[in-house]
Design a protein around this ligand. Structure first.
Ligand code: ADP
Ligand code: MG
Length: 237
């Protein structure tokens, strides 16, 4: 479904991702794990079209999208739930959700249906739909960020650190939602520092180390790998 071929991405003179190749198959959860600063967010930004790779190619469903602008990629079926949620704090939950559907140009009836679908998935957002987003807890903001991405009706959902800064119980809830989304046929590329959780869920996984893919395998293979355990699972509980 998604193929990155030898992607390199730089911030000016600083190369953040070097020669990365990744395959995501339809219906899978694919995890990218790696330390802080490894280049995970940069990689997702390149897939979403928020950064232009310096070299390499990105294919989505067989089509080159390397040069497509971000809004076009939303139309193709790729949506990003960004690191740190990035919800608009002084806008209502409903307004934030509507922004996620912007590129789809829905009729008002279709928009109502799309909102209803998210409120079914995230009942807490329904109750709070007219509240300013700043009033939400961290976990609720994460749900809003995921729901806003889903408003784009993605076939490929990019999730950047959904567990960041959340309490264990909420993290469990978020991961249950990710499982549920996979069972609904949404393909997921998941970036996480909580490597143990991500690898347990992932069909496939890649390790990103200083901008380079250093290892890949099934989630179970990487979970069992001594080097991975040592480097990323030291604090696993
Ligand atoms: N806006 C930026 N300008 C310059 N360098 C950046 C910027 N954002 C990230 N970087 C650098 O790129 C590298 C990868 O960052 P990032 O993709 O955010 O890593 P991760 O998400 O794995 O923590 C880091 O060395 C980081 O300092
Ligand atoms: Mg990041």
């Amino acid at each position: 479904m998604l193929q990155l071929k030898n992607i390199s991405v730089s911030y000016g003179p600083i190369e953040a991702v070097t020669d990365a190749s990744i395959n995501v198959e339809q219906g899978q959860v694919v995890a990218i794990v790696g330390a802080n600063g490894a280049g995970k967010t940069t990689l997702l930004k390149a897939i979403a079209g928020l950064m232009q790779p310096r070299s390499g190619e990105i294919l989505f469903e067989g089509q080159a999208i390397t040069a497509s602008p971000a809004h076009r990629r939303v139309q193709y079926g790729i949506a990003l739930s960004p690191e740190g949620r990035q919800v608009f704090p002084d806008q209502s939950i409903r307004d934030n959700l509507e922004l996620g559907a912007y590129a789809r140009r829905l009729t008002s009836a279709q928009l109502t249906d799309a909102l209803e679908e998210q409120y079914r998935l995230f009942p807490r957002l329904r109750e709070r739909q007219n509240q300013m987003s700043v009033t939400l807890s961290g976990g609720e903001q994460q749900m809003l960020a995921i729901a806003r991405a889903l408003m784009g009706a993605p076939r490929l959902l990019l999730l950047d650190e959904p567990s960041l800064g959340l309490a264990p119980l909420i993290i469990k809830e978020i991961f249950a939602i990710i499982r549920d989304l996979r069972s609904r046929g949404i393909t997921i590329l998941l970036v996480e520092q909580m490597a143990n959780l991500a690898l347990r869920l992932a069909d496939r996984a890649y390790v990103l180390d200083s901008g380079r893919i250093t290892m890949s395998g099934t989630g179970a293979e990487l979970l069992a790998h001594p080097e991975i355990r040592k480097a990323y699972l030291g604090n696993a509980h």
